[in-house]
Design a protein around this ligand. Structure first.
Ligand SMILES: [Zn+2]
Length: 399
């Protein structure tokens, strides 16, 4: 069994060790040592990375109580190598993990919410609670956790040789199925739980603890959090984005919410005015189309292109053109497509059939009801020629 030095000193980043096995595998070479500072991936926590002599360790797993280091180079069994882990990576992961202990402790101690899951990725970490917390409670949890971390109390680990020795200790979490010796990690005055991972030596090393997400999850809540440098970089990113936004609004970022609210109000007013102006414009346009309309056998016929008009305006516009016995087929190019509508009044025609004829001419799609149907097509041909052909078609239909 590999001697696990991370269990004794979590901030030992280098050691020497003897290679006890090295076999080729799909990840390169699986190397075992008599002792190692490497923490293998387990308990929702990523493994250490680093090197064994000149070989790079890309992955580290626990297999049958052995720590297996996956390397890019073959190492001779019996050789003594320098074992080095990526210190920054280890410290970053330990900050997240120890931060998780503190958040879990206060969630349990203050809100009776129990930690039922933990996952630490390389850019965020999550923990799952078995009951939901309010927004205010999440903020209170964040404050309690940070206040305690600032006390910079020791984080220690102790090994217990039997379950009996644990009887008088109030554990937050006792992992099921553990057999002695059992490792218990204690954050002085706060969290006490069984755990086999490395932690920072003092809570001050965790740095800032920022809960950046709280969503309902499996009847409880999933908290996303960042500790130390991750929290700092997150806040720096937010500040940069806010400053950029503030610059766009020509204000300071403290005044940004007020500036955005004001812009929203102005936009809402403008939209209302635009809607009213468009409705008036469409009334005039409908008047003009009616005046220019042809009359075929006593039926007013409009088959025309009205230019850039949004699809949502076509229905009221078409309705506005209907007067007496009438048929209106209106086309409106919009970007790379053309929208069209067919509407009638006082004539025995099915607009679904009319729109089918237009669909066929323009290779478009659409439908509707008996007195009004709409469609659209990709604008690929000369629209004026097609409209001219369709005008003749509808004239013949009425004639
Ligand atoms: Zn732990």
């Amino acid at each position: 069994m590999t001697e696990r030095l991370y269990l004794i000193d979590s901030e030992q980043f280098i050691c020497t060790a003897t290679v006890t096995a090295c076999v080729p595998c799909d990840k390169g070479y699986a190397v075992e040592l008599d002792r190692s500072v490497f923490f293998p991936e387990k308990g929702g926590q990523p493994c250490d990375k680093g090197s064994l002599g000149t070989a790079t360790v890309t992955d580290c797993q626990e297999v049958n109580d052995q720590i297996v280091h996956y390397c890019d180079k073959q190492l001779k069994v019996g050789k003594v190598v320098e074992v080095v882990i990526d210190q920054q990576r280890r410290m970053d992961i330990m900050r997240q993990h120890t931060g998780e202990h503190l958040i879990s402790f206060f969630a349990w101690d203050t809100f009776k919410a129990f930690n039922v899951g933990f996952h630490c990725a390389m850019d965020y970490a999550t923990l799952d609670l078995d009951k939901p917390l309010s927004k205010d409670d999440v903020e209170r949890l964040e404050n309690l956790t940070n206040d305690y971390a600032l006390r910079n109390v020791p984080v220690t680990a102790a090994i217990f040789d039997s379950e009996d020795e644990l009887r008088d200790i109030k554990l937050r979490k006792h992992t099921e199925g553990l057999t002695a010796p059992i490792r218990v990690v204690t954050i002085e005055g706060a969290d006490v739980c069984t755990c086999c991972a490395p932690h920072v030596r003092h809570t001050g090393e965790i740095g800032l603890i920022k809960i950046v997400g709280a969503i309902a999850y499996k009847g409880g809540m999933r908290l996303t959090f960042l500790c130390g440098g991750r929290a700092l970089r997150y806040l720096q990113g937010l500040q940069n984005e806010l400053e950029e936004l503030a610059l766009m609004y020509s204000t300071s970022f403290e005044l940004l919410p007020a500036a955005i609210r004001k812009q929203g109000e102005e936009l809402s007013r403008s939209n209302k005015e635009l809607k009213q102006a468009t409705a008036r414009l469409d009334e005039h346009l409908a008047d003009k189309l009616r005046h220019e309309a042809a009359v075929v056998r006593g039926i007013q016929l409009i088959v025309t292109d009205v230019g850039n008009v949004e699809a949502r305006r076509l229905r009221p516009l078409a309705q506005g053109t209907l007067e007496g016995k009438s048929l209106s087929v209106i086309f409106a190019p919009w970007g790379e497509q053309v929208n069209y509508i067919a509407a009638c009044k006082g004539v025995d025609m099915d607009m679904n059939e009319c729109i089918k004829a237009v669909n066929a001419a323009l290779n478009g799609k659409g439908g509707g009801r008996g007195d009004m149907a709409q469609g659209s097509a990709k604008l690929t041909c000369d629209l004026s020629d097609t409209i001219e052909q369709l005008r003749h078609y509808f004239e013949r239909l009425l004639g």
